[in-house]
Design a protein around this ligand. Structure first.
Ligand code: NAD
Ligand code: DAU
Length: 331
């Protein structure tokens, strides 16, 4: 197959492109605007006869049309993805997450091309710490932030294009990813690179918020499974039973990096901060036979720490700017 991967120079998109090259015979064209979050170096070393790169905007209908016409399937990762940025300036989130997704849907509709939409568990809002239920495909949408509300909007567009126009699409909503190539604005790489730089890790509020961690490579294998075996029009939740509160994760990072586990700071909390996410991925596992491979979070985190230690050239150019942005907000 010829896959068009939007956002393939970002964190999860680049992990997916590496995964596809390693595990399939598919050819890939990456369409990426190279915003602050995109990095061509994340695709370095991949064979040129398997992976092509186009710099462009998913909201640019002319660019999108010709690339979609040439693809067998589109895997749509491109997004503005960071909650804190969406609280500072929501506009790019509307342009990319809503208009960009609309532009892609119109192109796949014109050309009859298979579409897989990458979304997030955040569309479901948050859970109480002691809620026995986890998110399922039938949990009502209840997003909290400008980021998650635009992702929810993009999911609803996909559903409408399936029902109204017969577009051949599937949707997946995944929990928090970790692994190589994640931007230093995000929680885990921010704290790892802080420790490397001799800065104390920063925990929002009391640090009791829970995230359900999955390795990015497991996210990639789940997306490939849905692309190959998923039923058109269906939504699949992706998760690896990895619930941990933020305080536990920071303490583990410090311990694995040879520091005192208490050597972090509490900083100003995020406005509207979602308390807990938790995914029930039974449908994906039982219907399509998918299973995560990275069951051991501590081992995955240790490998991720090693990757950031060995790739300072990849993250260093962004680090000072990110920390200056957070410092202005008391974070
Ligand atoms: P990221 O911010 O690391 O990467 C986003 C990529 O999209 C970047 O390469 C950027 O240059 C590109 N991009 C942004 N706007 C664009 C535009 N208008 N046109 C073309 N390219 C554009 O994001 P990520 O963390 O890799 O997330 C990828 C997708 O996965 C997003 O849709 C996100 O909602 C979803 N998701 C992320 C997580 C997570 O834990 N990070 C979890 C579940 C779902
Ligand atoms: O659940 C999936 C979502 O996971 C994706 O849709 C988003 O694209 C992705 O960014 C992520 O969203 P979060 O807001 O959960 O991730 P973030 O890495 O920003 O923060 C994780 C948790 O850590 C959250 O509770 C906020 C907290 N945090 C974050 C930062 C950057 C801190 O305590 N300190 C920090 O410095």
């Amino acid at each position: 197959m010829k896959l068009l991967v939007t956002g393939g120079a970002g964190f999860i998109g680049s992990n997916f492109v590496h995964h596809v090259v390693e595990h399939t015979d598919h050819r890939v064209t990456v369409l990426d605007k190279l915003t602050y979050a995109g990095n061509r170096a994340s695709l370095a070393g991949l064979p040129e006869d398997r992976v092509a790169f186009v710099r462009g905007d998913i909201a640019d209908a002319a660019v999108v049309d010709s690339l979609v016409a040439d693809a067998d399937a589109v895997v749509h990762y491109a997004a503005e993805s960071h909650n804190d940025n969406s609280l500072h300036d929501p506009r790019p989130f509307l342009d990319t997450n809503i208009i960009g997704t609309y532009t892609l849907l119109e192109a796949v509709r014109r050309h009859g091309v298979r579409f897989h939409h990458i979304s997030t568990d955040e569309v479901y809002g948050d859970l109480e710490l002691d809620d026995p239920e986890r998110f399922t495909e039938s949990t009502p949408y209840n997003p909290s932030s400008p980021y998650s509300s635009t992702k929810a909007g993009s999911d609803l567009l996909v559903r409408a294009w399936v029902r109204s126009f017969g577009v051949q699409a599937t949707i997946s909503n995944c929990s928090n990813n970790y692994g190589p190539y994640q931007h230093v604005e995000k929680f885990i790489p921010r704290q790892i690179t802080n420790v490397i730089r001799g800065i104390r890790p920063k925990l929002y509020g009391a640090g009791l918020n829970v995230r359900d961690w999955i390795h990015a490579d497991d996210h990639s294998s789940a997306v490939l499974t849905i692309l190959e075996k998923g039923r058109i029009g269906e939504t699949y939740l992706i998760g690896a039973d990895g619930e941990k509160d933020n305080k536990t994760v920071v303490e583990l990072i410090l311990t694995l990096m040879g520091q005192d586990p208490d050597a972090y700071e509490h900083v100003t909390d995020r406005a509207g901060h979602d308390l807990r996410y938790a995914i029930d991925s039974s449908k994906l596992r039982e219907e399509l036979g998918w299973m995560p491979k990275y069951g051991d979070f501590e081992a995955g985190l240790r490998a991720t720490i090693d990757w950031y230690r060995e790739h300072e050239d990849w993250w260093a150019p962004s680090k000072d700017g990110v920390e200056a942005f957070y410092a202005e907000k008391g974070q």
